[in-house]
Structures are given as C-alpha cells and as structure tokens.
Design a protein around this ligand. Structure first.
Ligand code: ATP
Length: 666
C-alpha cells in the first residue's frame, strides 16, 4: 500500500515508518496501520487523529468498543501490553511528523472534533467513519450498536407489567419446594418474580447457582399466569417461547436442562398446568445466528427491526458470550412487546469480539440496588424480604430487572472455593486452596516442563481420568455393530478431559501444544497421521459455515466414514444425537487437543487442565483464570511453568472500554 499524500506541513511517511516498525515487531495488528492509512486518504489527517485511529483499531481487535480519550492523554501502554517504550516512540514520531500530541482530554477532544473524518455527536452528521461521543472515540458501527443496545435496554427496563402478586406467590410456593440452604432470601424466587414484572430480565450467577433451574420455573410461571390472552397479549395457548445461545453446544445444553426441569415440574404440577404439552410446542434451542437468520457473507440478518422475530418470550443463555454487535442485532429484531430473559455469569470472560454487554449491564449486580417499590413487590409476590444491604433508594430502572443468584448447588467443594478466591482477587487464598486440597480434586503442577503437559494430555492424572488415551482407545477398538452408538460413546469420552490454554502462540500456547500432543500420541501409537486429516483428530470450527451447517466454536471428532471406510467424516454432537460432515468439506477448522479458555466458554469437562504461559501478558487476567477453573466439573489441574504468573493474572482485571455503563447508569 502506498502512503497517502501528506499535507505540506506534515511528514506522515515518517510517522507511518514508526507504525510499520511496531507492526513488524508484533505490537500492532496490520489492520490498525491500514485503518490509519485509510483515514488519512479521507482528508487532512493530523498525527493525533492518526494515532487515535491506530489505537482505536488495535483496541477493537482486543475487544474494546471505543477509545477512551483519557487513556490517550495518559499512557495506554498497560492496556496494550506495551513494555518497551512503544507509546513514547509513537509520541515522538507524531511530533516529528509535525504535530505534538495533546496533553489532556480536552486537548484531544478539540483536536479530534476539528477533523473532517470525525462526527462529534450532536453536530451535523455527514456519515463520517469515526464518531466522537463526549470523551470516547468510536468506529461508527460500534457507536450505532452501543446506542441501539442502550436505548433498547433502557426502554425495556422501564416497561412494567401488571402482576397478580397473590396468584404468583401461590405458584412460586409450588414451584420452589426446596428450602434455601444458606439462609438469606431465595434469590431464585425473586428472579422469577422480577422477570414476570418486566420486559427485560437478567439472571446472573456463577456455575451451578441454578440459572437454568430458575428459568425453567420462570417459564412454568409465565405459562401459569398467561391466562386466556386479550387483544395484543398472547394467552397461554399461543405464547411463543424461543430458546437461544451464542453457540450450538450451549443451545443444546440449555434445551436439555430446560426439558428435564420442565418434565420434572410437569410431574409435580399434574393436571393444574399442562406443562408437557406447552413445553412441547416450544421447539428446539437455536444459536443466535440461526435464530436471527444469518445471511452468508454479510453482517445483516433476515430478522431485524423491519422483520421482527415471531416470539413473545426469548431466553438467551451464556449471555456473557454475546458481543455488542450481536446484542444490538438481537434487540433490534425483538418485537417491543416480547420479554427478553438473559442468563449468564457476569464474571466470565467477555465475548471474543468487541463488547462486554452482560458485564456492563451487571456492573452493580452484586449490590442489588433495589428500590422500595421492588422490595414491596418482591415481598408480596414471593414472601421474601430483600435484606437492607441490597436496598437502595435511587437504584435505577435497570437494577430492578437484574437478579444475581448467589448460592452454588454444584460448586461447593475445592473447585468452588478456588473459583471464589480467584474472583475476589485473593491470590494467597487461591494458592492455599490449590495446594491444600486433601480431596485431590485439584492439582497444581508448579514449575512445569512441557513434558508434564504432554503426560497429562495422554495419561490424565491418577484418580481424575485418563486424558486423551481413553477416547482414542475406543476409536482404535472400532465401531462394532452399532456405529452411531460408538460415535456417541467416543464423543462422550472425549468430553471427559480438555486442555485449555491462556494463549495461542508459543510452546505453552494452543498451536505449540497441539503439535506436541499429536507427536506424543503418535509415538504412543494412539493416532496415525496421514496428512492433515487422520482418524481420531479432534477439530474446532473457526468460522461459521452455512452450507455444511457448522458454526464457529463447534467441536467434532474425525472418524472413518461407515459407508466408505477410506474417507473420513467429522462427527459433531447435536443435542442427544450426532451428525457428520465429510472431513474434506470443512475448510475453517483447527486441531483441538488444546484450545483457548475463550473458546471453551459454554462447555464443561469432567477434568479440565489449564496451562498458563511462562510470562504474564495483556490477556492474562482474573476473568480468564476464573473461566478456566469453572469449566471443570470434578477435577481441575493447573499447569504453570512459572508459579508467579498465577498471582499476576489474578491481580489483573479485564476492563473493556465502552460507553454502555455510563449510558445505562450502571
Ligand atoms: N433451588 C434448588 N433446589 C434444588 N436443586 C437446585 C436448586 N437450584 C439448582 N439446583 C440444582 O443445582 C444444579 C445446578 O443448577 P443449574 O444447572 O440450573 O445451574 P446453572 O447456574 O444453570 O449452571 P451453569 O452455569 O453451569 O449452566 C442442578 O442440578 C439443579 O437441579
């Protein structure tokens, strides 16, 4: 690409030389420099604008929705993981190019709002690619998405349904028959009542706190209180409920759990509510892409504001994985009368793509902030008293729609204690739990060598399963008479163990470890590689592929085609069933013995092993460690070549730049 022609007074090629050097050394992605060059072609482009564009694009690649001017006025190096004076080099290059960088936020705002490529919100809009909203600079697309989400969440949070509290209380007492174990109010009941009252409900909580348990009861409650319906308001017989999640796997899990819970409730409620029949009409759970009707090769969906979804109630699980653009598309496509119920763990890693919508919505969830009207309503509808610590006279409308579940039913043991210690940022407590676990649910391989990871991957660890050897031995044994059953068993065994990495690159990253594990398994005669595809190869899909019906994040196993033993098919779990695609038709896949913690969201494994890199880096933070630990159902192994990195990671928090918290007052 040739450099844009600089205005006479500016020496932009010199600035781009510095930018290119940083790109070459891996400190900036190529797109960031290319975007700055593109902006320079659109008009007079002083160095402050170009550096703002450079960082805006770089940060977008790291999940931020905008650039906060205060970061530019200070030093953005910590956010970027720059340790070697990169920012000082860019500042100096800007000065040499003809214009020193502003010294404070106001200076930055003045510098940017004078540029023809920037639209300062409120001025005449000429469709410029950059938007300056107060003290934040956006790519126009993200500003639009954030505005859509903020406006839609606000109006949904304000909407209020009339509720017959006596009837609701009667139903809730029947639906929740287990006493709360650790004292305190029954937040699950409160979540149901709060959701019934509003057009938006957010139910957040750690693993095993009963989000699915609660939402199944909420559905029963919605059916039970829907009545016959009046004009414009659907009755129980035609209430359209949709279930969705960001990935196919999470969608399948949601459907299974809700079906099981509704089935159990149907037995308890008997003829008082035809729950089986009502639930039977619900249909399957879908990925958000499929629900909205993704169109290949475009960002637009079949369903949008002009062609809304045909639903009255939409339940979205694993909402922490929903990125800003998807949330905006979803909210735009949701008819105004429909209820939206978001479920997710606010403390998990945010979406891979830009935005941290659930985290932003739930920024105050710990403290509740319920106003007097909510407390009165909750008391009438549930009999529960919200404790003083969670009351707030001026809690905003959104706070009234959010309930955090606080008691884990599944995670009381050492894994739960470890997750809690990490979440509170207490590295000493985390170390104590890891090293003092007499139940042997946890193990920490400190000062690990690569051979330790390989041994773990192949053999597992005593008392915690056998690593990848187990499923590969079943693969080697062959299908026997019932091919499909064998496939299901192989997939099931593969799900028992997983190696998660914090990083992609290097010896301790996904790439290096996948190669090393393949070589080790081949040495142990558990696989026989013949080029890229071989029997037993686990793969993860890295891009949605509509013709074959596989989606980003789907994981499958390569097995011989039962019809044509010479060719290979990749089998994917599909709820209780399985489905397959010819291996050679899958173009965007990577080997998945080791995968990133990011990609493991929405999954759980009997034994999860997490590998940390030898040095701290920008992605290594508390949310990542917490997400990795909470992928373990029974056993968790931490592998770290450098023991200090755990404490460093726990001390770091991922804070994604966005304007959503400010817009929503959270
Ligand atoms: N109030 C309750 N009484 C009895 N059992 C409960 C209650 N709440 C949850 N459980 C049980 O605890 C387990 C975990 O609940 P559930 O799967 O709903 O949690 P979750 O928050 O959705 O977990 P995850 O985030 O891992 O999906 C389930 O077996 C569920 O049946």
């Amino acid at each position: 690409m040739t450099d844009p022609k600089p205005p006479a007074a500016l020496d932009l090629p010199a600035l781009f030389e510095t930018i290119d050097a940083l790109t070459e050394s891996g400190k900036l992605r190529r797109l960031a420099g290319a975007f700055a060059r593109f902006v320079a072609t659109l008009g007079h482009a002083p160095p402050p604008l170009l550096l703002a564009c450079l960082l805006l694009s770089e940060l977008e690649g790291r999940g931020h929705s905008c650039l906060v001017l205060a970061d530019m006025a200070g030093d953005p190096s910590p956010q970027l993981g720059w340790l070697d004076g990169e920012w000082a080099a860019l500042r100096a290059a800007a000065t040499r190019a003809g214009s020193a960088l502003p010294r404070n936020v106001n200076g930055w705002r003045v510098a940017l709002q004078g540029c023809e490529q920037v639209w300062p919100v409120g001025d005449l809009d000429f469709n410029q690619p950059l938007v300056l909203d107060g003290e934040r600079l956006y790519l126009r697309r993200y500003w639009r998405d954030e505005s859509t989400v903020a406006a839609s969440v606000q109006s949904r949070a304000l909407a209020e349904h009339a509720v017959d509290t006596a009837a609701v209380r009667g139903w809730l007492d029947r639906l929740f028959h287990h006493p709360v174990r650790e004292g305190g109010p029954d937040w699950q009941k409160i979540a149901c009542a709060a959701a019934l009252r509003g057009q938006l409900a957010v139910i957040t909580g750690g693993p095993g706190t009963g989000k699915t348990y609660t939402v199944a009861r909420l559905l029963a409650l919605l059916f039970a209180t829907a009545g016959e319906g009046v004009q414009g308001v659907p009755g129980v017989q035609n209430l359209r409920v949709a279930l969705a999640a960001p990935t196919g796997k999470a969608a399948a899990r949601l459907k299974q759990s809700i079906d099981a819970a509704l089935d159990e409730l149907a037995g308890k409620l008997g003829a008082d509510l035809p729950l089986r029949e009502l639930a039977g009409r619900m249909g399957g759970a879908r990925t958000l892409h499929s629900l909205l009707g993704a169109r290949p090769d475009t960002r637009s969906f079949v369903h949008n504001a002009g062609n809304p979804l045909e639903v009255d109630v939409l339940i979205v699980d694993e909402a922490s994985m929903v990125h800003l653009e998807m949330m905006a598309a979803l909210l735009a496509a949701l008819p105004p009368h429909a209820r939206l119920i978001l479920l997710g763990d606010k403390d998990q890693l945010a979406s891979v793509e830009a935005g941290a919508v659930l985290g932003d919505l739930c920024a105050q969830a710990e403290s509740g902030n319920y106003d007097a009207a909510t407390c009165d309503y909750v008391l009438a509808a549930t009999g529960e008293t919200i404790p003083a610590a969670f009351r707030e006279r001026d809690g905003g409308p959104l706070a009234q729609r959010i309930v955090m579940l606080r008691q884990s039913r599944r995670f009381g043991g050492p894994i739960g204690r470890l997750a809690l210690a990490v979440n509170r940022g207490d590295a000493d407590a985390a170390r104590d739990v890891l090293t003092g676990d007499s139940e042997r649910k946890l193990r920490w391989i400190e000062g690990a060598r690569p051979s330790d990871v390989l041994a773990l991957a192949v053999q597992g660890r005593p008392g915690a399963g056998t690593g990848y050897r187990d499923y590969l031995e079943l693969v080697r044994a062959g299908p026997g008479a019932d091919y499909e059953r064998w496939v299901r068993d192989v997939l099931h065994r593969f799900e028992q163990f997983r190696l998660l990495c914090a990083v992609r690159e290097g010896e301790w990253g996904v790439g290096g470890l996948n190669e090393a594990i393949e070589a080790k398994l081949e040495g142990a005669k558990l696989i026989r590689r013949r080029g890229e595809w071989y029997v037993g190869r686990p793969v993860m899909v890295t891009r949605n592929d509509y013709p074959t019906g596989v989606y980003n994040g789907d994981i499958g196993l390569t097995l011989p085609d039962p019809q044509r033993p010479d060719s290979l098919r990749v089998w994917f779990p599909d709820g209780e069933a399985v489905r397959s695609v010819l291996a050679t038709r899958l173009r965007n896949v990577e080997t998945a013995f080791a995968m990133t913690v990011h990609k493991s969201q929405g999954s759980e494994f009997l034994h999860t092993a997490m590998v940390l890199p030898p040095q701290a880096n920008a992605v290594l933070a508390r949310e990542l460690v917490y997400t990795g630990i909470t992928r373990a159902r029974e056993f968790f192994t931490l592998v770290s070549p450098n023991a200090a990195v755990l404490a460093q990671a726990i001390a770091e928090r991922t804070q994604r730049a966005s304007g959503l918290r400010q817009a929503l007052g959270t």
